[in-house]
Design a protein around this ligand. Sequence first.
Ligand SMILES: Nc1ncnc2c1ncn2[C@@H]1O[C@H](COP(=O)(O)OP(=O)(O)OP(=O)(O)O)[C@@H](O)[C@H]1O
Length: 429
Amino acid sequence: MTSDVSAPPMLLNICNMSKSYKDYGSELRRVASWLLPVPMKQETTILHDINIQLKSGEAVGLVGENGAGKSTLLKLIVGTLKPSTGSIQVNGSISAILELGMGFNNDLTGRQNAAHSAALMGHTPDQIRAALPDIEAFAEIGDYFDQPMRLYSSGMQMRVAFAVATAFRPDLLIIDEALSVGDAYFQHKSFNRIRDIQAQGTALLIVSHDKEAILRLCDRVVLLDGGTVLQDGVPSTVMDYYNAVITDRDSPVTVSELPSGEKQTSSGNGAAQVTSVKLQQLDGKSAHTLYVGQRAILTVDISVFEDLPELVVGYSIKDRLGHTLFGTNTFHTKQMLTEVKKGQTIQACLAFDVNLGAGNYNLSLALHSADTHLEHNYHWLDYALIFEVVNIEHPHFIGTNFLNTAITQHVCSEQINAKPLDKEKLEHD
Ligand SMILES: Nc1ncnc2c1ncn2[C@@H]1O[C@H](COP(=O)(O)OP(=O)(O)OP(=O)(O)O)[C@@H](O)[C@H]1O
């Protein structure tokens, strides 16, 4: 038997772990249960048989609906809660930004709390003294840093929590819903700091309801649902699955592998279904390659299987990493169909300008009522089409958006004679 001795141990290894809470009905009965055989009223299992591994340097997103068990799982990993069964092994240092205010003493100043938190993480007084100026500078809360924390706004508390948690580079940085707290300036700054720490080799475990942040930061996403791991895999695929399961719970969700290797997620109650989809150029030629700036027509054939008071048709375009670049539907364009009858077929033609950068894209289609698919999802189809965009006639540009740019410039010999810009020349033809 051989074993790979060169393989480093997993940074985080969660094995068959479950967490239950016992309810004794009252605090008195709970305390009494330590000494006497007091029967409990009920036991609720919050997390069931969880198996998750994380390698050094890996960035994993943890997503799921409210109450799925995400925060509980993070508390178990950092050790503030103990598993009921199974094990959690961490082979490295952890720094965590959990619930707002958790671990801070409101009577201590920001500086004192920062020093206290750093000491709890195991840093020496010298290390803490050396780090405090950076923590103060990063938090940017001015004189408040030396005021008691009870005077802080929630955003200020988050700034200090974030500054402390990221002042010393840990092996694993855990962040629970902290990415969208605070003002836009601090969000941007903290996002950049996470990226810096990640680039230095720190692994990330992030809980966030911000899909774009998850897609930008994570190599893998774990979807928790009712305390179990429903999916663990490629971010764009898991996020498509999540999008499908947040709707009507009774509707089936299927995932099939396309010849290109992509995973196509399809969901919905089947009251209406997409039966075919075609992408064409204006001259009617079917196209899987489109040119930057060109007008394209998407034709969607729909069969209706039940009488529907409302039918909305939507589409969205995503890049290969799953970032949504554009999406709209006939609710927003005020073209929602009403009183659609069982047995009818509908053809929807959506024309759009391919104002995208060169690259590969995929298209999702949606049939539902109202403005989103959350209430009545008839059919949602990811990867309904994959297409390529090439640039043959516009100057080279970078990015996924094509902004048709006109530039005029004047070289002025003397600054005082500088002419105003010729607005007419700048206008789009
Ligand atoms: N101390 C406790 N005793 C009993 N049940 C608890 C306790 N703490 C949490 N729960 C329950 O565990 C479940 C999971 O909660 P948790 O906060 O982990 O979910 P979450 O996925 O983080 O949700 P959210 O997105 O709303 O933060 C919830 O149903 C919650 O009510």
